[in-house]
Write a protein that binds this ligand. Sequence first.
Ligand SMILES: *Cc1c(COP(=O)(O)O)cnc(C)c1O
Length: 453
Amino acid sequence: MPILYYSTNLQAEPVSFREALLQGQAPDRGLYMPQAIPTLSADELRQFAAMPYYEIAYSVLRKFLQGEIPDNDLHAIAKDAYEHFPVPLEFVYQQKYVMRLDRGPTASFKDFAARMMGRLMQYFLKQEQRKLLILTATSGDTGSAMANAFYGLDNINILILYPQKEVTDRQRKQMTTLQQNVKTLALDAKFDDCQTMVKRAFADTDLGYLNLSSANSINIGRLMPQIVYYVYAYARLCNGEGEIIFSVPSGNFGDLMGGLFAKAMELPVKKFVVATNANDEFPNFLNTGEYHKVAPSRDCISSAMNVGHPSNVARLIALYGGQIDETGKIGKMPDMDRLRRDMFSISVSDDWTKTTIKEAHDRYKLLLEPHGAVGWAGLTAYFKECPQEDTPEQVCVCLETAHPAKFPQEIQAILGFDPILPPSLDGLEHQPEHIRNMANDYETFKQYLKANY
Ligand SMILES: *Cc1c(COP(=O)(O)O)cnc(C)c1O
């Protein structure tokens, strides 16, 4: 029997993976969650040690997608999505590593999810001869990763909303220099406003004819592929023995959810360090048991994490037996003891982020950009709090979620040099952009949709 997916608001029927993937958000505005979570055996984990990344991706995702997509097709999709770039585990000191998830075509970790999700969507849409309009809000990296992953696909149009003042020039260019089935809107607003706009369009019955879907991390198809690199890191570094600690720089908490699912699959994870920037609603929640979203969200140099009310908190709380709705109201408290056992959460200021970039480089020749630096700062904070964990044997992996060359101003100001551009970003400067500005007004947005799709 294939695994079914239920909504975190508990007011919608469970659906298949295919439906959850193509719908994005559940009709009751909840997020889809698997009803059952398959497990990984110690044997499998040992076998993964020497396998290419795409084989691990295939083996992990197959457990969730059995009965929905034939093994051969899934294998081909995983290979096509991941064969072309490495996933380096960079040694820092004594079993402490940085996993560089920044070698994909848009140099952010979001490539991992986007490439798999785009291919799965195309697979199912082709079978059904259906069309979709993907509507997505981005704080920078999602949009470019999605644009790149969906660019040129049949049966799929994609429209990306971004806060015009919160994305870097390079992030913007990665979206606005594409055309064909990829369109963008620059909103005079914050990321949270863009996200609200997208959510309203989904709930708007007048727009039902558009067959809207989301590519945000509210889509379960975005989450599944993010389980894989946690499994990969463990398999490569632990050889099937002991427990691992991950530090995850977090914004909308999709990345972290991938890790929590991996742990729920019985990957031996001792702790997740959940590192946020000044948007500290989650560390506060862990401390106090009270959830208050940060509104408006706070602007930080780790701009892709400027999220004051992460969508995936609904999933996180569901995974720990609680319930919270999309407005941030808790219906049922999760198991706080278990949450606190599995996670250590800390808010990292911009100053601390910058100092971390400097210190990591001076001390270890480790080159971090602001998001990864939040993660690394989080790990050092955890060691300060729990010095007994900072042993030479303890394997720790900090996720680096973007390439430092995406943040040339910050790196130049702090370290005094320009990081070398990865090949995928080279040449972007000279391509023409297509920018469309729009006010933060739902009616205007709705008229635009009706007129263009
Ligand atoms: C999106 C993003 C994050 C945050 O990931 P979430 O899944 O939203 O928590 C961190 N770093 C970078 C570079 C990102 O693009």
